[in-house]
Design a protein around this ligand. Structure first.
Ligand code: MN
Length: 735
């Protein structure tokens, strides 16, 4: 008889939920015919009968809860029916054919999509994960409702995760944070994303979760009183100004607090927006008016004003953000947005959903276009890992919002450097960039920028970009500009070298190069399939063509061999190159099995004895030896056949010291320089050059040292780091 009682309890529970669902739908979409939803409920009830979830509840509760989430998204009856049926094919004897017969093509198509995604295992190797993500993206493009049902499904599963075994909990939580959170984010669905992430965080990292949770709870009462006070002040001021707006207070999401703590290496006390206010206005104009009023009442925290109205995030999020500080020194964040922006921020693609007519807003169109494009781009990528990494960039469009000293916002990809910043200001600023100050402090060029940083670029006229910047920059703009510059200037140098080589060759035949006519040069260039004389010269400079062969084409006299002693020895060519590259002093690096190759230390990294090195056969310039850690090595190794093993020669063959430049970032205080030089002197090290720049109490000291080997350098760097007031010491790869 127990089962009978159970049966009644089940009915009461599910019938109540179903009534809620219908009521919700009637309110949101009064014109809709709900017949298909009723039918789906009956069908689902019949086929899930007797099944229960890990919680002990009847299984039917799950599809009902999923349908309720969808109803809150204001989804259409087709989607809600599909939501009620979403597990029926997987977990009961029902087939897709049955669904199609009962509910028609659309519902069947969506249920099929959800079933397919459910079979995907994301917690596998990267490769499989990439392939699975690709399937998911395809399903999204096919019918976005598939993904919305999947998100609702995941949300209810996360809400009831406590009933599963710990191992399953971990796996599902990980998947939620890795896949479903970012997808909700990219669809602009802030509310669902927030809940998914907090739940994922709670199961994946219970200790940190508890810490953040407790810290927030401990402050809740005081925080709430504070927010109430602040909200009242603000309401009064808005009333005085004649602005109608809703003022809400809120505590930030635990997972986003946690991420902030990790990212900025700070404690809970230092989070600006633990307390947050939201002002929701009727117009964009009012948003800016409110911002003005806020800054009149409280002092803004410098660099924390973000205008996402003028510059929406990639997922179309719009709002004004500012952090302000009270007279008592408590800081809090205020977000200001219109009702419309608020809905978009919370619901994203579901904000204006009327599926029957297709996507309604231009934003929805763009979101779908974005999805289609991602799939389109990825279709031809055969390497799943490459697919995953490109996709991650698109799914996690995390950016840093930085400011010029005048307060202009500069949006850059995460981990961008001052060089990226400089190039986004202006190409010439990028080329001439020699240093930067972040929030008033000097930083190295490879320094990673954070949101809210105020960046000032220091330039020097005539300064030029270096190849190793390619390994540092994150924005494609900077990368392209640098590459472009290098291409042009490398070519210029090659043209110059080519011209010198052919002049030299001509002299051997007692021909003055200037007597050779341009038409002849042009003809020779054409013979090589080149358009211009400079192309030919560059070809010689790069070592593609031999100077003698070119000369033979130009003048018949040159076909006779020159007097024996003047035949070009290998050294003749290399001496030009050595002069250009200054490689003759420090080339005691042995190339395995190639005793007489020209070898030079790459200027981009200037490797020193003891460092792991790798050789690279250049076009006509011998072997460049790079430190294995040199960022250029990765770029160069696209042609592995040009890679060559190199090793350091015996100590007595190599120079006893190499010049190495280091930069010391330190306080500008009395006696600092003396202490730094004392450390260097104690290590019996020669200082070749020393330069100091200082401003606002901070100093940069550039020192060029004679360094015997890596150990020697490390000793000095570690020693200088111990000097009080020294923040960092970095080796500069270039001299
Ligand atoms: Mn489900």
């Amino acid at each position: 008889m127990g089962t009978f009682r159970q049966q009644i309890a089940t009915n009461v529970l599910t019938v109540t939920k179903f009534r809620d669902l219908l009521q919700n739908m009637r309110e949101n979409r009064p014109a809709d015919d709900l017949e298909i939803v009723r039918k789906a409920y009956d069908f689902s009830q019949k086929h899930h009968a007797g099944q229960s979830r890990a919680s002990g509840e009847p299984y039917l509760v799950h599809p009902l809860e999923v349908a309720l989430v969808l109803a809150e998204m204001k989804m259409d009856p087709t989607a809600i029916a599909a939501g009620l049926l979403h597990d029926s094919v997987e977990d009961t004897s029902v087939t897709i054919v049955d669904i199609r017969k009962e509910f028609g093509e659309q519902v069947a198509h969506i249920v099929e999509g959800v079933t397919k995604i459910s079979k995907i295992d994301f917690a596998t190797k990267e490769e499989a994960q990439a392939e699975n993500l690709r399937k998911m993206m395809l399903a999204m493009v096919d019918d976005i409702r598939v993904v919305l049902i999947k998100l609702a499904d995941r949300l209810h599963n996360m809400r009831t995760l406590e009933h599963l075994a710990p191992e399953r909990q971990q796996k599902i939580a990980r998947e939620t944070l890795d896949i479903y959170g970012p997808i909700a984010h990219s669809l602009g669905m802030g509310k669902i994303r927030g809940e998914l992430e907090d739940l994922g965080f709670r199961y994946l990292d219970p200790i940190s979760y508890q810490q953040v949770h407790d810290a927030v709870e401990a402050r809740r009462k005081v925080g709430q009183q504070f927010l109430d006070r602040v909200a009242n002040t603000l309401r009064e001021k808005l009333k005085d100004a004649g602005i109608t707006a809703r003022v809400e207070s809120r505590t930030k999401r635990l997972y986003s607090i946690h991420k902030k703590l990790i990212r900025q290496k700070i404690s809970v006390e230092q989070v600006y927006d633990l307390y947050a206010m939201r002002v929701i206005t009727n117009s964009v104009q009012d948003c800016y008016a409110v911002l003005g009023i806020v800054h009149n009442v409280w002092k803004p925290v410098p660099g924390r004003i973000k205008d996402f109205i003028a510059m929406p995030r990639p997922n179309f999020y719009q709002s004004l953000h500012t952090s302000v500080i009270t007279e008592q020194g408590t800081s809090f964040e205020i977000q200001i947005r219109t009702e419309e922006m608020h809905r978009t921020a919370e619901e994203g693609i579901a904000a204006h959903w009327k599926y029957k007519d297709g996507p309604v807003s231009a934003q929805d169109e763009q979101r779908l276009a974005w999805l289609r494009q991602v799939v389109e781009w990825q279709r031809d990528v055969s390497d799943p890992n490459e697919f995953l990494s490109t996709l991650k960039i698109d799914l996690y469009p995390e950016e840093v919002y930085t400011f010029t000293p005048k307060g202009k916002v500069v949006v850059l990809p995460r981990d961008s450097t001052p060089i990226d910043f400089a190039y986004s200001v202006h190409t010439e600023v990028g080329h001439a960039c020699v240093g930067a100050k972040v929030n008033g402090r000097m930083v190295p060029l490879r320094h990673k920028l954070h949101s809210g940083d105020i960046v000032e670029i220091l330039t020097q006229t005539g300064h030029s970009p270096s190849r190793d910047w390619l390994g540092i920059v994150k924005s494609s703009r900077a990368r392209n500009k640098i590459k472009h510059w290098l291409n042009i200037h490398q070519r210029e140098r090659a043209v110059e070298i080519g011209r010198k080589l052919i002049e030299k060759e001509a002299r051997k035949y007692r021909i003055a190069f200037k007597d050779i006519k341009d038409e002849d040069l042009q003809r020779a260039a054409s013979d090589y399939g080149l358009g211009q004389i400079d192309d030919l010269m560059a070809g010689i400079g790069y070592g593609k063509f031999a100077a003698r062969q070119v000369l033979a084409k130009l003048t018949p006299n040159a076909t006779e061999p020159p007097p024996e002693e003047e035949i070009e020895k290998p050294g003749a060519f290399t001496s030009v190159v050595r002069r250009v590259f200054g490689g003759d002093k420090h080339n005691a690096i042995r190339v395995k099995g190639h005793g007489d190759l020209l070898v030079y230390r790459a200027r981009c990294c200037n490797p020193i004895r003891g460092e792991a090195v790798v050789g690279y056969v250049t076009r006509g310039k011998g072997v460049a030896v790079h430190a294995v850690s040199c960022p250029n090595v990765t770029n160069l190794m696209y042609e592995p056949e040009r890679r060559i093993d190199v090793e350091w020669g015996h100590e007595d063959e190599t120079p006893s010291a190499y010049p190495v430049k280091i930069t010391v970032f330190c306080d500008d205080r009395f006696g600092m320089l003396k202490q730094i030089t004392a450390v260097i002197g104690d290590a019996k090290t020669n200082i070749r050059n020393l330069e100091v720049r200082s401003e606002n109490g901070q100093a940069n000291v550039d020192v060029v040292l004679d360094i015997a080997d890596l150990k020697h350098l490390e000793n000095i760097i570690n020693g200088v780091r111990k000097v009080p007031g020294v923040h960092d010491v970095q080796r500069l790869q270039k001299l």
